[in-house]
Design a protein around this ligand. Sequence first.
Ligand SMILES: Nc1nc2c(c(=O)[nH]1)N(C=O)[C@@H](CNc1ccc(C(=O)N[C@@H](CCC(=O)O)C(=O)O)cc1)CN2
Ligand SMILES: Nc1nc2c(ncn2[C@@H]2O[C@H](COP(=O)(O)OP(=O)(O)OP(=O)(O)O)[C@@H](O)[C@H]2O)c(=O)[nH]1
Ligand SMILES: [Mg+2]
Length: 455
Amino acid sequence: MSKTIAAVATGPAAGPIGIIRVSGPQTLAIVDTIFTPQGGGALSERPNRLLTYGALHSRDGKVIDHCLCCVMHAPNSYTGEDMAEIQCHGSPAVLSETLSALFAKGAVQAEPGEFTRRAFLAGKMDLSGAEAVHDLVTAVTTQAAENAAAQLDGVVGTHIFEIRQQLVDLVAEFLAVVDYPDEEIDSHLFDSACEILHRATSELYDMAETYERGRILREGIPCAILGRPNAGKSSLLNALAGVDRAIVTNIPGTTRDVIEETIRIGAVVLRLYDTAGLRDTQDPVEKMGIDRAMKQAQASSLILAVFDSSDHISDDDLMVIARTHGKRTIAVLNKSDLPSELDVQNIQRHFDYVVSVSAKTGEGLQELYDLIPKVVGMDGMSFDGSTITNARQAAALVRAAERCEEAFVAAQLGMTPDAIVMDAEGAIAALGEITGQTVRDDIVSTIFSKFCVGK
Ligand SMILES: Nc1nc2c(c(=O)[nH]1)N(C=O)[C@@H](CNc1ccc(C(=O)N[C@@H](CCC(=O)O)C(=O)O)cc1)CN2
Ligand SMILES: Nc1nc2c(ncn2[C@@H]2O[C@H](COP(=O)(O)OP(=O)(O)OP(=O)(O)O)[C@@H](O)[C@H]2O)c(=O)[nH]1
Ligand SMILES: [Mg+2]
């Protein structure tokens, strides 16, 4: 018999209300011993999912809260097991007293993701759906939440199930003819196999490709602000973030450490890094800052190269241009409120994207906001669940696509059915890793161990 688990489902900070979840065969018996409904009777006899007011008792029987509880009877619960929720006051004291009362009555602490793991094992959701739960809990943007909600609802799982089923049927047909090696194989079989495999291959590659954007949707994009001293990097960081985060002075070499600030532009989470101005210097501290700036630029997926448009291009600017080589970069011509001295055409020769802004007046910032999602390929995308946000799923999709492609080539060449069957089975296994139909236990464990406790 599986254990009955309990955990706090609300955040670690003290809040007005805290929720404790309980799941497993002993749930009703355990919760009945620590909660007494106001109107008498037992919580387990109250209607399913109806919140009931009553007294909550600690392990030594003292009343520690007056709160709301409900039960959710198996199999119609999140985990498919008997479950209960205790919605009490959210202080760490009440929550830990309640947990310890539950443990004293036989419940055990739930491991990270264990409720969702049980839901997956009970067939309440496929593995891609369970992974979407995690995305939904950690979503930063509305768009990321929207995409994850659709995946929780089975958008990815259903599509993969369909493709997988077609391959399973195809394998079955070929296996049937493998048993009769002397008979001529109906050419229709090869034709329809080619068609199915070709379509599956392109659909799977298409899905895998969405991961490039999906990763940005989930993790955001690291973006270094690079430029010579006094170009206005720190001013730009402050203007973009809308807070007075970094120190700004007219003394060149003000910023030394890398200063991080996260902003949201539509679906894009931009992790901005303000850095020390690049120049030739003897100052050992400034040198270390410049070293960090260059490392940060290297580690970033997008660079904002800031130039002072009220001045001519200097050797330091050339150093900045050299550092952006091969990197996705937007040239930001700052100080547009001042008369221009900059050779703009020269800058345009080096960069695909150039915008004029004034960090001081805010002029041009909107154009920069509009440009960034376009440059990272996130404008006009839909968040209907079709975007893969998960490296594991993307890798399995590529493997499945490759095996389908190999099976397609084998079918086209009219090779022996065994070859087609072997590759198609490889694809079926890879797809099963996404839905969870054919996934190793240790992989399942790793996936759920990344969840929070109580989810
Ligand atoms: N208080 C509370 N809020 C919550 C959750 C929770 O567990 N408790 N959730 C937890 O993640 C999410 C909601 N997800 C849920 C998903 C399924 C079921 C559930 O009871 N499913 C049953 C019955 C479905 C039905 O009524 O048709 C089932 O699948 O059989 C409950 C919550 C978000 N909000
Ligand atoms: N007129 C005008 N001045 C600006 C603008 N942006 C920044 N400045 C001024 O330029 C000077 C340098 O600004 P910072 O933001 O500190 O420049 P930085 O690139 O971070 O400089 P370091 O940290 O030294 O590398 C300050 O005096 C700012 O007030 C702008 O858009 N217009
Ligand atoms: Mg600075």
